[in-house]
Design a protein around this ligand. Sequence first.
Ligand SMILES: [Zn+2]
Length: 426
Amino acid sequence: MMFDLLVKGGTLPDGRVADIAIAGERIAEIAPKIAAEAREVIDATGDLVAPPFVDPHFHLDATLSYGLPRVNGSGTLLEGISLWGELREIATVDEMVTRALQYCDWAASLGLLAIRSHVDTTPDHLNTVTAMLEVREKVKDYIDLQLVAFPQDGLYRAPNGRENLIRALDMGVEVVGGIPHFERTMAEGAASLADLCEIAATRGLRVDIHCDETDDPMSRHIETLAYETQRRGLQGRVAGSHLTSMHSMDNYYVSKLLPLIAEAGIAAIPNPLINIVLQGRHDTFPKRRGLTRVKEMQALGIPVGWGQDCVLDPWYSLGTADMLDVAFMGMHVAQMTHPDEMARCFTMVTETNAAIIGLEDYGLKKGAKASLVVLDAAGPVDALRLRPARLAVIAKGKVIARTPRADAALSLPGRPASLNRRAPRR
Ligand SMILES: [Zn+2]
C-alpha cells in the first residue's frame, strides 16, 4: 500500500504518539507505527499533531479594515457599529474580497481551517453578501467557510432589515443571525428571536445570535432564545454568541437561567479578546470584564467555544487569526488555570468549536477529512503557552503551509547554543 502522505511520530492532543496515514482527502489509518510507504513523509517526532483550529464567530466582511474610514476613538461597540455603517457604503465588493482572502491566507498559515463568519445583511445592495459568497467559493479547497445572515442594525430597527436577511438566505447564506439587544425595545428584541427561530425552523437552518452583548444585567434575551429554541425543536442547532450581560446578572437569576440554556441544547460562544476590550467601557472602578460565565456553563454540560470575532476592524485594533491567542486570552479572563481547564481551552478551539458549527468528518480519526496541524510544541497546554510555529498545515490531504521551527541561537558562555522554550518534562 502506498499512501499519499504520512505524518510520523507526532503526539496527539490526548497524549498518544501515533503515525497518521493519508490517502487522497481522507485519513486512512492512525496507529502507533505504520510501516507502509508514502509519497511524502513529515517527521513530527516530539511535536503536537492536532486537528485544525475552528473559529465559530468572525466578521470576514469587515476584517483588515482597521482605520477605515477612521479609528474608533471611544473604543466602544456602538462607535464600532456606526463606523462600520459608513465603511460598508464605501467599500467595494473587490476590496472586501481582497481583504477577506488575505485574512484567509493568515488563517491557513496558522492551521485555522474552518470559520463561521457573520455577514452584515443591513444594506439594500448586499455587497457584503456578494463578496463573502465569492470568498466562500474561492477558499473552499482549504477553508470551510460558513456564513451567517447578520442583521447588524437590527431585524426590525433597520429599514428593510427583515427582507434583506431573507434575501441573503435566498442567495445561499446558510445560518440565521440576529441582534436582539440592538432592536428598539426589549419586546422587539424578543419578537425578533421568535421570528428568526421560525425562519430557521422552516428552512432547516442553524441559528447564531449576537445575544446580550452589553453590560446591562437586564438584557435577558438569552432566556427568550432558550424558550424559542425549545418551542421550535431547534435543540443542538442554536448558538448564543457573546452573552456578556450574563457577567453582570444577578446570581439568583443565573441559577435559573443556566439550566434553561442546558435544556434547550444551546451552545455559547464567548469572544474573549473582543469582550475584554469592548465591555466595561462605561465603568470607572471596579471595571467589569464582560466575559460570560464559561466554567459555570460547562459544569452543566453546555457546549462553550472560544471565538475570534474581529481582527483589525472597527471593533478591534489587533488580532492575528491565531485561535491560540483567543484561547490564551479566554483562559486568563475566565481563570481556567487548572491543567484540565487549560487542556479544555485547547479542545474548545478545535473539537468543541467544530461540534458547535456542525462540521462534518472532523477530527483525528480514520475516515475523517485529512486536515491537521503540526505544532512546534509538546502538547496542548504548551501550545497555548507558546502559541508556537505551525510547522505544517494539511488541508484535505494537501500540505498548504509550512513555517520553520523558531529555535533561538544563544551566545552565552557556558549556556546551550540553541534553545526552544518548551516546558521542562515532568
Ligand atoms: Zn460578532
